[in-house]
Design a protein around this ligand. Sequence first.
Ligand code: FEO
Length: 398
Amino acid sequence: MNLKEITKRILYAGVNDRSTQLFEGLWPLPYGVSYNSYIVKGGAKTALIDTVELGHSREFFNSLKRHAGIETIDYLVINHMEPDHSGAIPTLLTLCPEIKIVGNSKTIQMVKGFYHIEDPSVFLEVKDGDTLDLGDVSLKFFLTPMVHWPETMMTYCPEERTIFSGDAFGTFGALNGGLTDDEMDCAIYIEEMYRYYSNIVGKYGTFVCKALDKITDLDIDYVCSTHGPVWHSRIPEVKDIVKRLATYTPEPGVTIVYGSMYGNTADVADLFACELNKLGIRNIKVHNATVENLSQIISDAFRYEGLIVGAPTYSNEVFPPVQAFLNAIRIREIKNKVAAAFGNHGWAPLATKAIAASLQDLGLEFAGSVAMKQSMCEQTAAEVAEVAAKVASMLKYR
Ligand code: FEO
């Protein structure tokens, strides 16, 4: 891939990954993913911002050698140490033995820990607000811990009004020719941003808000994230999405999540969807946790205001795929939902109670629960209608 110009002094040096099936070994990549790296060329010095995942570094180094003159790189700025961005560091050091690694104290500790690079003369430690002069252009560093690891920082180039934002504003999807958002149809990248945020960064909303506050007064024409398009025309839109997700501000809609062994619990899920639809709710996402990866389920649960969860009792526990979903939303501390529970039991109504307790433990507004015994009957249908009506009446976003 050729290095692509973003501004006169900033080039894109990232790569596409269309072969990895599960990001972080967990999250499906139906559209692939890009690992973004950037070059900032000053009058005196050149900096590389982040590298790429080790398995996709061949193309990265080929591009740097063919188009940038890899030997001219003076600094490697590390915004984020997760190996999808830092994997190529050891090879880079062998190709550029004079390069200085620029990072904060936590970054440097991680470089040593992950890659056993110990020589102190390799490192240039920076603190929050420090700048690095490249001649004609400069880089200013903003420490933004937990977006998404403790060492994460953002790097701002004021002369080019460009921020290298690390994982913030990242999204899944390989880049298919275009680089900036106005060079492509962004529908998939925008949709995948919800999944990326909720799956990867979702636990750290408070820290994301702090980071957004930190950069709020900067003049920004280009947002260069570690994954996905370079944001230019759509900066207000993607900022709004990230801000909403970080503050757990919901969108109109209801997510129904269920697991089912023989279809009886699925009947309850379908009935909830029908009752909500009768009440005028149009955006209803029904997920079968037994057959779906949790990724999109977490994303919709994060995004929409209503959340209804149901499962059979299984070995006196919640049916495992639904328990895994409950664990995922607990870990992500989701908030600001109207919730309800349902369950099915042959003889012990454990699941309904346990699901209700999990949702209430999260502090969600709880509309009620339905415990079905064995299969759908008139009484259960009436209870579903009642709880669905309560959910609908409690929704603020319609
Ligand atoms: Fe793409 Fe947190 O790394």
